[in-house]
Ligand binder design. Structure first.
Ligand code: ZN
Length: 147
């Protein structure tokens, strides 16, 4: 669930909450969560375990503090790619973001501890990975039967 949806569900007016920096900075969020005295959940009033910045079209960015349960309710959902191509695209994007050197062809590059590219050690053999079998729907009649 999106934080704004939960706030709307509970009739919480973002304009009444503390203005927040924008774009959100992780360090500022950590500092807010660890500050004393503790803050309280905007929904239920329990002690806050996390904080998020919610941007309201009318009120701008606002701090929202969340207890454990409400924090879990607004936790960003993991979106894993469903295909091998999607996984590879994600890995390539992560490599670009990390500034890793690009290779024109798929393969394995070797680097020393200083980050310099080096040839593979003698005796290193590379084999192509086994082909991935197609994903099939499980047979409804096949059930796990514990012994
Ligand atoms: Zn709460």
């Amino acid at each position: 669930m999106e934080p704004a949806d939960l706030l709307t569900q509970h009739g919480i007016d973002l304009a009444r909450l503390e203005p927040a920096p924008h774009p959100p900075a992780r360090a500022q969020t950590f500092a807010r969560v660890q500050s004393a005295p503790p803050r309280f959940c905007v929904v239920c009033g329990d002690q806050a375990a996390t904080a998020r910045i919610v941007v309201s079209p009318g009120a701008g960015p606002r701090w929202t503090d969340w207890c454990w349960d409400h924090g879990m309710a607004i936790r960003p959902r993991c979106t894993l790619p469903a295909t091998l191509e999607g996984i590879i695209a994600d890995l390539r994007a992560a490599a670009r973001e990390a500034g890793l050197p690009r290779s024109g062809r798929p393969g394995v590059l070797f680097f020393d501890r200083g980050g310099r590219r080096r040839p593979p050690k003698r005796g290193t053999t590379m084999t192509a990975p086994a082909p991935v079998p197609p994903v099939t729907e499980p047979d409804a009649s096949a059930r796990y039967v514990p012994r």
